[in-house]
Design a protein around this ligand. Structure first.
Ligand SMILES: [Zn+2]
Length: 236
């Protein structure tokens, strides 16, 4: 993470994902740092990470394993994801075929039909597998030589202190207060979230609550989790 410039929101999302063993999807164009992030997360994980396609043909769901996929649109990725359902995932995806979608300078060469066709290749059931999605933005030029970023060791120390047995949905289904319930219900109606996604939001909110040192899920934890869950909805 020390090689990462800016992208503090992504660091936060990665910390939440690794604290609670949640699957994470990185969305971004060419040069936004997707591969760098995948490699960084691999280095952060104490568990085995499988990313080689030939290894994938032999594996099945196993505890203590992570899958890394550096291009979710790749047909081989779809194939392997159909074989496993429980192993947490780290994956990345371009927002269009040419890779310049949303780029501040370079022009996207794709037609609206190209963009739709490209995104159509990713099944919604696969996107639903990611509890956390986050878009990688291009860092501003002023940040290129900035040195005040948090170090990877400090983030890893916090992750190490987390009791993963209590995070996510590993423990009992956590209680959700009335304000949080209302927020989830609004998202359910407005985004057309499947029931499983609502559970995923509570699961991530539980991890965030524990990260903040509390044992109760507050509405701000749900709001952050909802932001992660809804980030990939513009791909659908
Ligand atoms: Zn494009």
């Amino acid at each position: 993470m020390d090689r990462i410039i800016g992208q503090e929101c992504v660091k936060r999302a990665v910390e939440v994902a690794l604290s609670g063993n949640h699957s994470i999807l990185l969305l971004g164009g060419s040069g936004s740092g997707k591969t760098l992030w995948i490699n960084t997360i691999r280095d952060m994980l104490p568990t085995q990470v499988v990313s080689n396609y030939s290894e994938w043909t032999k594996v099945e769901d196993k505890e203590g394993l992570y899958f890394a996929i550096d291009d979710l649109v790749d047909n081989r990725a779809n194939k392997i994801l159909n074989q496993i359902s429980k192993t947490p995932l780290i994956a990345s995806i371009d927002l269009c075929k040419c890779g310049n979608y949303n780029h501040p300078i370079h022009v996207c060469q794709c037609s609206p039909e190209d963009v739709t066709g490209y995104r159509y290749r990713i099944k919604r059931s696969i996107l639903d597998r990611f509890d956390i999605s986050i878009e990688l933005t291009y860092p501003r030029a002023e940040l290129l030589f900035h040195k005040g970023y948090e170090k990877i060791e400090d983030i890893l120390k916090r992750i190490d202190k987390m009791d993963t047995g209590k995070c996510g949905m590993n423990g009992d289904y956590p209680d959700v207060d009335e304000d949080s319930q209302k927020l989830i219900m609004i998202a359910y109606k407005q985004l057309g979230l499947p029931v499983g996604s609502c559970k995923a939001i509570v699961s991530v909110a539980n991890t965030i609550a524990l990260m903040s040192g509390g044992d109760k899920i507050q509405v701000e934890h749900v709001a952050e989790a909802l932001q992660y869950k809804s980030a990939n909805y513009h791909l659908m």
